[in-house]
Write a protein that binds this ligand. Structure first.
Ligand SMILES: [Mn+2]
Length: 458
């Protein structure tokens, strides 16, 4: 196909400012260009041609080309999932969908969880997409990256996203990419989003009852293939990235595993350790990196942080010193209880953070994971850490102990019994949190929860 075809129009109030995104496709390569203003074109017009293309024609061309572009990869770690072959197939088809949307210049919104896992996934995809487009003489366009401060996709998120793509007329549905989001009922915006978007969702949280899997053909989660949360969302997004373009992202993927304390993390990889720490920091407190806009970190910022040597070493130094201080203070302020042949520790995070005023780093969840690691290293035993903060109770359990101390199930039970007090509860068996409707109930609910876990408290 020698000619360019209009696959997407971005409309402006002033019609003459309209932008026309056009595709020219060869069997294994393509060009996308944005033809600016003063052209009175319509969707699927062939530029300089006399006819229009049909929707089926252009879809067919984009689908075939995306299949030619997406590469076979040997995904070593995927072998830890029992049905690795099936999962790799699913990743490939998700990849083809993403590339097809790129080819057709459909607006793409990528929402990523604001931690090392979610942001490394976004960064890996960013690198791959940028490379693919550069190799084909095309620019990165129509992609919106949104850092997301939870793992739930709410109704207001869906409202915002539909608004974002409102000004586009496209030959194919826009694409919504969710990285490291969970399946809890708080993700109630999904149904509305499905009206407007195709959804590509990369997850590794346990799949909860009532989740509309059948409506989400492009949902990847190791739990569906007899794997578990240890293959992280960022790691899986990296597998997608490698199929799109030849990018060197091993350390980024490793940072994702380290960030989520996966059993596949290699903590001797000092470069990946650093990246994980930095990603955790800049997604907790973006003032460290971003001084403009809404302060939300985007892959471009991450790229700057990882490629600018001075900036990087400055950030590394800050994150190390600050985390060490906080960990030491945490160790000095633990309450200790006996449970089931081991110990449970409680720490009041509000009290710790008070002293440090300004910075939001570290966020309580990641802090509790680190603190648990240090405690268990110091004592040589597997243990439980309960951290509380505002209306949150965050729980961390050493790997391997969760089958003996199934605190997540107990918390879920409590949520049923005390639905007036507990607003939400979710995460992984080793790492989850309970969100209360009001911080006023925290003391009493904490006591009930600790008693449930076997602590002797009056
Ligand atoms: Mn994750």
């Amino acid at each position: 196909m020698k000619e360019f075809v209009v696959t997407c129009i971005r409309q402006h109030a002033d019609r003459s400012a309209n932008e026309y995104y056009c595709l020219q496709a060869n069997p294994n390569s393509f060009t996308i260009k944005n033809i600016g203003n003063e052209k009175n074109l319509e969707l699927l017009d062939i530029i300089d041609g006399k006819r229009k293309m049909t929707n089926e024609e252009i879809e067919g061309i984009a689908e075939q080309l995306s299949r030619n572009i997406v590469k076979e990869t040997d995904a070593n770690l995927l072998g830890n999932v029992k049905n690795a072959k099936e999962m790799n197939k699913k990743i490939t088809s998700c990849c083809e969908l993403l590339v097809k949307k790129l080819l057709l210049s459909a607006p793409i919104i990528v929402r990523f969880h604001n931690d090392a896992d979610g942001s490394s996934g976004a960064y890996a995809l960013f690198l791959a997409i940028r490379k693919l487009l550069a190799e084909n003489g095309s620019d990165l366009q129509n992609i919106t990256w949104k850092m997301h401060r939870s793992i739930a996709y709410s109704n207001s998120d869906s409202f915002e996203d539909r608004f974002t793509v409102n000004s586009y007329v496209t030959s194919t549905k826009p694409l919504l990419v969710l990285l490291d989001f969970g399946t809890s009922e708080e993700s109630n915006g999904i149904n509305d989003a499905l009206e407007e978007f195709d959804i590509l969702w990369v997850d590794h949280h346990p799949i909860l009852e009532g989740f509309p899997l059948s409506r989400l053909p492009n949902y990847v989660n190791p739990w569906m293939y007899e794997g578990n949360s240890d293959l992280t969302a960022g790691f899986l997004a990296g597998e997608l990235a490698k199929k799109i373009a030849d990018v060197d992202i091993d350390n980024i993927q490793m940072a994702s595993l380290i960030g989520d304390h996966s059993e596949y993390s290699n903590t001797n990889n000092s470069e990946a350790l650093e990246i994980a720490d930095l990603l955790d920091m800049v997604t907790s407190d973006s003032r460290q990196l971003v001084t403009y806009g809404n302060g939300y970190v985007k892959p471009h910022d991450i790229n700057r942080m990882l490629t600018d040597k001075n900036l990087k070493s400055e950030l590394v130094a800050f994150s190390k010193t600050h985390m060490d201080t906080m960990i030491n203070e945490g160790l000095q302020n633990l309450k200790k209880y006996n449970i089931q042949g081991t110990h449970l520790y409680v720490v009041d995070f509000e009290k710790l953070r008070e002293k440090h005023g300004e910075t939001k780093y570290p966020l309580p969840g990641r802090y509790s994971s680190k603190l648990l690691d240090v405690i268990s290293e110091n004592t040589g035993e597997k243990c439980v850490l309960v951290l509380h903060f505002l209306s949150f109770i965050s729980v961390r359990i050493s790997k391997g102990l969760e089958s003996e101390i199934d605190a997540l199930s107990k918390a879920m039970e409590l949520k049923k019994t005390y639905s007036d007090t507990i607003d939400a509860c979710g995460g992984h068996r080793n790492a989850f949190s309970i969100k209360l409707r009001s911080s006023d109930d925290k003391k009493s609910m904490l006591r009930i929860f600790l008693r449930e876990l076997g602590c002797s408290i009056k």
